[in-house]
Design a protein around this ligand. Structure first.
Ligand code: FES
Length: 237
């Protein structure tokens, strides 16, 4: 996997500034729609932005032209220090083993999207994965986790079960919490730190755009606490 990403496609974190996106990565909004029980059930694609070769996405939460940077980070003295671990996902993840499925979980990456809550939750479903429907929902829930906190693995071959993504970027909207969520980077697009090193390249990661995460550059769910909205042009997270 990851062979769809082109050489010039990447997201670079700048020091106390925006994310610089290169390689004509498609940009769209994507909304988490809730089911009858109020749990997120499906992702729905929204507005697609006109294609650009490069663009700068706001990271401080304060831009008046969200999702793009307008230089506000300088005016508000945004401190965007990167505190996330550079250890690999598997070094940090905890494994839950079930009869027909494994589930790995790196809690520090949680973006509070809540797709793992349905039908008793991904962990319980994994433990009951000898039941085909439980196995199927556990795989769906892990695959719908935008941050890649959760990954389902086949028990037999120990292969990860990953959704197929075109390299692209989605701006998450959380319809239930009525907030705007993180920047969902899909399809093994490299994320370059402001120190020039790279984070582990993964199929799905979520980057903070509210400015409030304690695990920068990744989202830690703080956008709910600060009620971040990208239609609030004067917010600074
Ligand atoms: S967008 Fe989720 S913590 Fe900032």
């Amino acid at each position: 996997m990851g062979d769809l990403v082109k050489k010039d496609q990447k997201v670079s974190v700048t020091k106390n500034g925006p994310y610089l996106v290169s390689g004509s990565l498609p940009l769209a909004t994507e909304l988490s729609a809730v089911d009858a029980d109020g749990d997120p059930g499906t992702w729905k694609k929204g507005e697609r932005f006109p294609e650009r070769d490069t663009y700068a996405l706001c990271r401080c939460g304060g831009s008046g032209s969200k999702p793009f940077c307008d230089g506000t980070h300088v005016k508000i003295d945004f401190i965007g220090t990167e505190t996330a671990s550079k250890k690999s996902y598997l070094e940090r993840a905890h494994r839950t083993s079930g009869p027909d499925l494994d589930l790995t979980d790196a809690r520090d990456l949680c973006a509070a999207a809540r797709f793992c809550h349905r039908a008793g939750g991904a962990w319980k479903l994994t433990k009951g994965s000898d039941e085909p429907r439980s196995r199927e929902i556990a795989i769906q829930e892990a695959g719908d986790c935008p941050s890649g906190r959760l990954v389902a693995w086949t028990r037999e071959t120990r292969d990860p079960i990953e959704p197929e993504f075109e390299p692209s970027i989605s701006l998450i909207g959380d319809l239930w919490a009525k907030v705007s969520g993180p920047i969902w980077v899909k399809g093994f697009v490299p994320i370059e730190s402001s120190d020039g090193t790279r984070y582990e390249t993964r199929n799905r990661v979520t980057l903070c755009r509210c400015g409030a995460s304690g695990n920068k550059p990744f989202c830690d769910g703080s956008h709910i606490k600060v009620q971040f909205r990208d239609d609030d042009k004067d917010s600074n997270g």
